[in-house]
Each structure stands twice: as structure tokens, then as C-alpha cells.
Design a protein around this ligand. Sequence first.
Ligand code: ATP
Ligand code: MG
Length: 334
Amino acid sequence: MRIGLSFDLKPDKAPVNEYIDDSMEEYDSMETVELIKSSIEANGHQVVLLGGGQAFLDNIYKENVDFVFNIAEGQGNYRSRESQVPAILEMLDIPYSGSDPLCLGICLDKELTKKMVAMEGVITPKWQLVTDFAELQSIDWNEFRFPLMVKPAHEGSSKGVRLSSAAMDMTELESEAKRQFEGYNQALMVEEFINGGEVTVGITGNKPAQVLAMMRILPRKKTEHFVYSIEVKRDYLELVDYECPPKLEAHIVKRLEDASLKIFKILGCRDFARIDFRLDKDGNPYFLEINPLPGLGNHSDLVLMSAMLGISHQELIKKILSAAVKRYSPCLPQ
Ligand SMILES: Nc1ncnc2c1ncn2[C@@H]1O[C@H](COP(=O)(O)OP(=O)(O)OP(=O)(O)O)[C@@H](O)[C@H]1O
Ligand SMILES: [Mg+2]
């Protein structure tokens, strides 16, 4: 097939913002784009780079592609930004990989996602959405158990999540919330901090979707309140150990697998996703958030955990692509 690759590139120079240095964190590097391109080519297809934003609009009209492999994160600070490219592709009736605009829109909204899965009985940390600083001060936080985690409500790639985001008391909660309100211009999620370990689960396929890999993230330096923050993700080779498969009791692994597949289904995900959990001291899994468009670069969790199971990048792309193509067959050239 002639496959278009839609993506948003990290600009050479990030816009200057006095509060934050991670505004472009979710966008991909050219190295990642080239890696995905070569993995698609290795699966026997021709690849056309479509880019994102205006370039994508120009190219999708010009290039006659059979299918789009989509990793575009979308433009702007909108919570529906990941839906932009799939929505255009649906309008033009062009088949594409990954979840649809509705799913991508919901999943970038952390509260909406948690409401949907909690309604179906999935355990998730107790939370409160806060839209501004005055609202934060008006809430009776005695109803919550500190530490409390503070994070932007409509971000991914750990944007905004720092080591300081685990607030031990009211003073820390206020200063962290202030920092995030100023830097990220959106509502914040304040959640009870779950402190028994961190696990991420990769899923691929449809009907049935399957757990591809599960990985525990272990801090190298013992800390009382580990946060897999942006500082840690940027320096993961030094700061964390990855355990895949995780050395967890079989019944905990089973609960994580069951919860993951259930969440994938509730949210209407397709082809692939990565789901983050925290465990409490008794090993109960708490759903944190889902990434229906997880990173596919060499340093991304899904790629790292696949590699630890001997699944190459090329094989991972093949799984995603063939799950997507199968949804459209027999209408597509193979
Ligand atoms: N309720 C919580 N309790 C403990 N730690 C938490 C909680 N919420 C978030 N964290 C920590 O913060 C990290 C980032 O949070 P989260 O996964 O919600 O953000 P994200 O930006 O969507 O992540 P990603 O980089 O996976 O897209 C988590 O991996 C975890 O270490
Ligand atoms: Mg996460």
C-alpha cells in the first residue's frame, strides 16, 4: 500500500515560556518519524510523509494515499487536539490507524476518562477537578488524604508532572497548583497519591485486543514518593529500572490485564494503547490514565517494553498496522 504518515514535529526552537520548558514534549522528533517510516517500509509498504497542521492538509490532498498511519498529536492547546487528524481523515473517507476522534478526545480529558471507567467499576484514585485557584481554596481538602498528586487535566507526555507534583500538605498543594495554572492554562486534576508501585500496560489488536506487554517502573534511588515525572522520563537511563514482565504475583498481573482490556473496551480504543496504573500497598491496581496514541519512538515506554520481550520495532508496527488494516478489509489493497 501507499501509506501516508501523519505526525507533528518538535520545532527546532520551542516557544519561550517563562514558566515551562515542556510545551512541545508530546511532539515527535525526526528520528522517530524516520524510524516508523522504515518499520512500515520493512513491512512491504511505500511511505509518504504527510506531516501535521497545514502541511498535512496540503499533502493529504496532493498525495494519493491508500491509508494513513497516524501519530499526529494535533495543533494547539485544545483538549480535542488529538482528534484533529482522524476527524479530517474520516471526512475524506481515508482509512487510518489508531483510535477514532471521539476516543482520542475523551482520553486526553483525564476527568472524563476516569468518570467513564469508574462508572463501569474500574478503581481509580479519588480526585477533584479544579478550574482556578479560587476554587482550589474553596474546597475542603480534609475530605482527601495527602499526599495529593497535581497534574494538568488535558495533557500527556507527563507535561506539567514534576517531582514537586506530589503535594505533601496544603502549602505544597497551593504552590504546585499555582505553578501549573500559570504554566498550562487549563484545569487541574488533584488526586490521592497511590504509593505501592507503578505499572504500564501495552495493548494491541481488536476483537480480541490483547495485552502485548506489561512493565513495572522502579526508581533506582529509593524515594518515599516516587513520581514517574518528566524529569525522570527525560533521564530514564539513569533514574529508573524497567521490569518486563513485572515480578508481581500472578493474581495482581491478572487483575492488571483484566482491567486494561476492560478499559480499552469501555473507551472504544482501537489497534493499540498504553495504560498507566499505580498499585497500592496491597497490590490493588488503580487506573491513572490511558494513551490511545502512545509514543512509538525508541525511548517510548511501549517500544521499550516490547523490546524487552524480543518484539522489534518493525514487529510492533506490523501488529498495529495489521490490526488497523483488518478493520477496513476487504476494501484495502494489502
Ligand atoms: N494519583 C497518582 N498517584 C501516584 N502517582 C501518580 C498519580 N497520578 C500520576 N502519578 C504519577 O505521575 C506520572 C504521570 O502522570 P500521568 O500518567 O497521569 O500523566 P501523563 O502526562 O498522561 O503521562 P504519559 O507521559 O504517560 O502520557 C505517573 O506515571 C505517576 O508516576
Ligand atoms: Mg502516563
